[in-house]
Ligand binder design. Structure first.
Ligand code: PAF
Length: 241
């Protein structure tokens, strides 16, 4: 049986951590690389999405992938795709800013599962809402999550980071700084003029509602833009904070 690591390519150390985890689970690891048009709300964003197939093959193989699979659009969607609804939680946060995004994600993941028929699949915690929705929708599949990999200075690894200039990157650091002090997130984020906030909240991991004192598992989630590049990150919040 196979373990699947679904990706959109432009692989980095974060993906390598997913692949390594998959290899711990099985000796057959398929890494799929498919930039799924269904999950992009803006054509320009889809067009600008980094594509580095040669490097991807090397990075995936080095991390332990036994197959790097670049499906075509026709393989994934031989017919007009019927999109899977992501439900009410799919409309919050990322879903509110990118309508239809999570339906696109669930639809492609479903097709990847149908084709590869893996015994398990591995996803990163960086896209926390995506992970939640996938776990919730594919209850019969074993979904394994891997913590976010960060640069030495805290920046969460993301395929979109290659588009950041040095000064964008410095501005982007405000996100991981803010996550370290959840009680002051908004105040800290506001100190960086280059960061345009979309949302910064502490939510209940169970239902994505704003956390209360009674919430057991709290998570801080932040998203916004630096120089038009969308960035998101999250971190567990100590229940006592
Ligand atoms: O997280 C991603 O890279 C994508 O959303 C996924 C899960 C590969 C679906 O296209």
């Amino acid at each position: 049986m196979t373990v699947l690591v679904p990706t959109m390519g432009a692989l980095h150390k974060g993906h390598q951590a997913l692949i390594k985890r998959a290899r711990e689970l099985d000796k057959e690891v398929v890494v799929s690389i498919f930039v799924n048009p269904l999950q992009f709300t803006e054509a320009a964003d889809l067009e600008k999405y980094p594509r580095t197939p040669e490097a991807d093959i090397q990075i995936a193989t080095l991390a332990g992938a036994t197959e790097v699979w670049f499906p075509t659009y026709e393989e994934i969607y031989p017919n007009e795709p019927v999109q899977i609804s992501a439900g009410p939680i799919g409309e919050l946060y990322e879903g509110a800013s990118r309508p239809g995004h999570f339906a696109g994600v669930l639809t492609v993941v479903n097709r990847l599962f149908e084709i590869v028929k893996p015994k398990a699949a591995v996803f990163g915690e960086k896209d926390f809402q995506q992970l939640w929705l996938i776990k919730n929708h594919f209850k019969k599949m074993e979904i394994i999550s891997v913590p976010t990999i960060r640069e030495f200075d805290g920046l969460a690894l993301s395929s979109r980071n290659v588009r950041l200039t040095e000064s964008d990157r410095n501005a982007a650091l405000i996100i991981s700084k803010a996550l370290k002090e959840p009680a002051r997130m908004a105040e800290i984020l506001a100190t960086e003029p280059e960061f345009k906030l979309d949302y910064a909240d502490i939510i209940d991991e169970q239902n994505f509602q704003i956390a209360t004192d009674a919430t057991k598992n709290k998570r801080a989630i932040i998203a916004g833009w630096v120089n038009g590049i969308r960035l998101l990150d999250n971190a567990v919040v100590d229940t006592n904070s």
